[in-house]
Design a protein around this ligand. Structure first.
Ligand SMILES: Cc1ncc(COP(=O)(O)O)c(C=O)c1O
Length: 497
């Protein structure tokens, strides 16, 4: 441990002041003439012996990029560490750190006596999204469940168990629902600035199915869809299955940048864009009015449909972009977060011209909601239960966000104070994946930045914290643990376990 510290401080010294102090000293010590060749040789010697921490990570990143773009293929064997060190002109100890880092990221697997191989999972495109694993403090899945919400829901569902009600609820449902379900849902989704017509509505089992159906309806296999560079992870798996390439667009504090849409479309035709203009997941950004207008101008000029994910829109008063451009937007919404994930119904509000193809896509994907979900949702929307849950969840999100801001004060967080999630940039001594692994050892589930990143190898050193699921006590204790971890280094933290 003391030795590691000494080496680290030496690395730091070599990294920062090689030119000023170490080189002249070494030249004198070795009694060499001060020629360019000798200086070069000593520099190489130092860089071989004492590569800095960021340099070995850069090398690991470079190999990760080679895996991502297919230059290194699953099953391929990496050279023995000694040969790798020789090829890359680095110390063998640095080569083992590079290999250990690749191992930690799950990009390679080591087999005793056989060597190190590119992992079979590494180039599968997208890791399968995970499912709740029973970890004690869940900062990973963002489904808010209020303490007494089941009592509210039970009241709303009273009578649904009666034979006559069940007779209707248990019939097969359709993608367009009943006229009653359409008008209840249209009234529920309506806001001051936006009121979809009941005739526009299409239903699915949940928000993910709505996204899949909309994407399948407007982007053909082999087509391209522009997306925020850090986005809702599920879109990656859906796009991969549909054979759609996701193209990361540039984004700033006002949302997606219109010039990046133009640029991506110029490079190769885009068929649509998928974005979240209100309370974006994972960054919490809500698009500014000026940005909305600029983006819509570009998108309308290019004749691009927008798949507008409004699943988190219930936390803000901002209307969807569809309020300004009903003919360009396919709005996606669902009840999973507003009500409960176990009682989901998904909505799609396409422009009239796309409704038939969206419905065909729901049918062919097998994404039609169950009749029981329709019946339950219809009750909860029409008697005001969902509206009441939404009101309470807005207050709950603010309270949780405030606690998080207090507990994580002084760290680099990006959040919308109305949202249920926050983006935490890690201090340089932590890596996103290692931080997530260390938190898991503390029984805390978090999501690493790579899960949200669309371009492989371009994830910031950050994690997303979903604040919705834990109880307030768990939230408090989980945040305290995370703050303690951030203050310690990976090594110190583990040595105190
Ligand atoms: C932005 C976004 N869209 C869609 C969904 C999926 O919604 P559902 O749970 O209804 O499938 C989620 C769920 O986390 C989400 O974060």
């Amino acid at each position: 441990m003391r030795h590691r510290r000494r080496v680290r401080s030496f690395e730091r010294a070599v990294g920062s002041s090689t030119e000023m102090f170490v080189l002249p000293g070494a030249i004198r010590l070795l009694q060499l003439p001060c020629s360019d060749t000798n200086i070069g040789a000593i520099k190489t010697l130092f860089s071989v012996q004492y590569m800095s921490k960021s340099e070995y990570l850069r090398l690991a990143d470079a190999i990760a990029a080679e895996i991502a773009d297919g230059a290194l293929k699953p099953g391929e064997r990496l050279p023995p560490q000694r040969d790798f060190a020789y090829e890359r002109k680095i110390a063998v100890s640095t080569a083992s750190r590079v290999y250990a880092e690749l191992l930690r990221r799950g990009l390679v697997v080591g087999e005793v006596g056989r060597g190190t191989f590119i992992s079979g999972d590494a180039k599968r495109g997208v890791a399968a999204p995970s499912e709740p694993r029973g970890i004690r403090i869940d900062f990973e899945f963002n489904y808010p469940i209020l303490l007494d919400q089941s009592a509210l829901i039970a009241k709303s569902l009273e009578g649904l168990e009666k034979t006559a009600a069940l007779d209707a609820a248990l019939r097969q449902a359709t993608s367009f629902g009943t006229p009653a379900a359409r008008s209840v849902a249209a009234a529920y989704l309506s806001q001051d600035a936006w009121s979809p017509s009941p005739d526009q509505l299409v239903f699915t089992g949940n928000g993910r199915q709505s996204i899949a159906a909309a994407l399948a309806a407007v982007v053909a296999t082999g087509g391209r869809c522009g997306v925020e560079p850090l986005t809702y992870p599920f879109i990656k798996g859906i796009a991969a299955r549909l054979g759609v390439s996701l193209v990361p667009l540039a984004m700033d504090e006002n949302g997606v940048r219109p010039d990046s849409v133009q640029k991506a479309h110029r490079e190769a035709h885009l068929s649509a864009i998928y974005i979240q203009p209100v309370v974006q997941n994972p960054l919490g950004v809500t698009m500014s009015p000026a940005r909305r207008a600029d983006l819509l101008r570009v998108v309308e000029k290019l004749n691009l449909p927008i798949i507008e994910d409004n699943v988190y829109g219930f936390l803000d008063n901002e209307p969807p972009l569809a309020a300004l451009a009903p003919d360009s937007c396919i709005v996606i919404d669902s009840l999973s977060k507003k009500a409960a994930p176990g009682l989901a119904l998904g909505f799609i509000v396409p422009p009239q011209r796309l409704r038939e193809s969206v419905m065909a896509s729901v049918r062919s994907g097998g994404w039609t909601a169950s009749g029981f979900a329709f019946a339950a949702a219809q009750r909860m929307m029409s008697d005001g239960t969902v509206a009441e849950l939404t009101r309470l969840k807005r207050l709950d999100a603010r309270a949780r966000q405030k606690l998080a801001a207090d507990r994580l004060a002084g760290f680099e967080i990006q959040a919308n104070d109305k949202s249920y999630h926050l983006w935490l940039t890690l201090p340089a001594h932590w890596r996103s994946q290692t931080f997530v692994a260390a938190a898991a050892r503390r029984d805390i589930a978090l999501t690493p930045s790579t899960t949200f990143a669309v371009a492989p190898g371009h994830a910031p050193n950050a994690v997303r914290l979903a604040l919705a699921a834990p109880t307030m006590d768990q939230l408090d204790s989980g945040l305290r643990t995370i703050a303690a971890m951030l203050n310690a280094s990976e090594h110190d933290f583990d040595s105190t376990e």
